[in-house]
Design a protein around this ligand. Structure first.
Ligand code: SF4
Length: 428
């Protein structure tokens, strides 16, 4: 039985109990939210990853995307990137590989990664279709469903399916004068397929069959944001909301059938659009966990998109997003290397933590850190900070020579020390 089916029957699984413990939320509340689809626990027993809850009232979580491309394919590099992601404390990892032996890559990554593991099965289905039939648009319905089941059997914990790309949403997109019509790779496969074959998206048309497969393996569906904006100019437009309306209906059907479901979000959008996007999404889906890709709050900072995504991620998390997909400094420029992956995870964790603080979660950590800062307790600060490695490197790069308790920024003019000294003299 899936987590949601168990919860709907009133059962508290060991996964629900664990989420309640680590998130410090009453177990009955967690159970009710899993039952109503407001919290998901991506957990395919074949993979049996570390337990992770995503959704209402829980800490904001971070996902790291890794994977080969057809231009750059080195399995060992991807294994290394997976390890770096987990060491930097990404809560989940997705394999978006499109180059090399995809089954071997996935099998090795699943063995390496102990956190929930996600994929986009349509990538491999599309690539196989090119080999087998000559083009992505020649993919058959069976190719799509069989690939989903194949990856579920391998142990994938959550899978993106672009079920909101339908004939209607494609028509809406065609009427919309977008600057960049579509940037979702999976979305583009489906749009091309629909237009070429003049038929409905099979994953949408036969959604009940997709649900049967997802239920069999308890794969959490991540309903893909194929219509996400790839430019600020296209943010929150009709095509996006058309797709979201379809997705809202499908979320309800998934819950009825006992399938855990999250919903993907944008994308490029100005700061001022983030809150309304999340409010509409949460309303339409009756509070499904929201997995946002950024959001990227400006288009013009390639090389710094981890920072751009961090700003958007923090606002999104505060407004109610539950799961942030990291962005690396290499975004829009190249396949990231392991350093980019590390920077991306850390930047996104900062965004997630900032959102948590604003929601009143984990404030004691910042309190303890500030106490350590006031006491110039460097050991404690390194213990509590998000990236101890970088913090230590900076301190040690220019250690104070004379006033060793302080740092080399002010030395004997350390404001903390000066104030402490004179407050002490006053007996305060
Ligand atoms: S020396 Fe300056 S920057 Fe460093 S701890 Fe003291 S007040 Fe802060």
């Amino acid at each position: 039985m899936t987590q949601i089916s168990e919860a709907k029957q009133g059962n508290i699984t060991k996964e629900i109990r664990y989420v309640s413990k680590v998130e410090k939320i009453d177990v009955e509340i967690v159970k009710r939210r899993v039952a109503s689809g407001k919290i998901v626990i991506p957990f395919n027993p074949i993979h049996s990853p570390d337990i992770l809850g995503i959704g209402k009232g829980l800490r904001v979580k971070v996902n790291a995307n890794i994977g080969t491309s057809r231009e750059h394919c080195n399995i060992n590099e991807e294994i290394e990137k997976a390890k770096v992601s987990v060491e930097a404390k990404a809560h989940a990892v997705m394999d978006l590989s499109t180059g090399g032996d995809l089954d071997e890559i996935r099998t090795r990554l699943l063995k390496t990664v102990n956190v929930p593991f996600g994929t986009v099965p349509i990538y491999q289905a599309g690539i196989n279709a090119i080999k087998k039939h000559g083009a992505i648009v020649d993919m058959t319905e069976d190719d799509m469903f069989n690939m989903f089941e194949h990856q579920a059997k391998q142990g994938v914990d959550f899978a993106v399916t672009h079920v909101g790309i339908t004939k209607v949403s494609v028509e809406r997109l065609q009427k919309q004068k977008r600057l960049i019509p579509m940037v979702s790779r999976g979305g583009s496969f489906h749009m091309a397929w629909i237009l070429h074959n003049e038929q409905e998206n099979p994953l949408y048309k036969n959604f009940d069959y997709l649900l049967e497969l997802a239920k069999k393996y308890d794969v959490t569906l991540s309903l893909g944001d194929g219509m996400r904006s790839g430019a600020l100019y296209d943010s929150n437009d009709r095509a996006k909301f058309q797709e979201l309306l379809v997705i809202g209906e499908l979320v309800e059907r998934a819950r009825e059938k006992g399938v855990q479901t999250m919903v993907e979000g944008p994308g490029h959008m100005p700061l001022c659009d983030i809150k309304s996007n999340i409010e509409v999404m949460k309303t339409v889906t009756k509070e499904a966990p929201y997995f946002v890709l950024g959001p990227l709050v400006t288009d013009i900072a390639p090389g710094y998109d981890h920072f751009v995504g961090g700003i958007g991620g923090a606002i999104a998390g505060f407004a109610g997003a539950d799961f942030l997909c990291y962005i690396t400094p290499a975004e829009h420029l190249s396949l990231p290397d392991k350093n980019d992956v590390r920077e991306g995870v850390i930047a996104t964790r900062i965004a997630a933590h900032a959102a948590d603080l604003a929601r009143g979660i984990d404030r004691d950590v910042d309190f303890d850190f500030s106490k350590a800062r006031e006491n110039l307790n460097w050991k404690k600060m390194f213990e509590l900070c998000i990236d101890p490695k970088k913090a230590k490197e900076y301190r040690e790069k220019r250690l104070p020579v004379e006033y060793v308790e302080t740092c080399s920024m002010c030395g004997n003019l350390c404001a903390i020390e000066i104030v402490k000294k004179y407050l002490k003299e006053q007996g305060k």
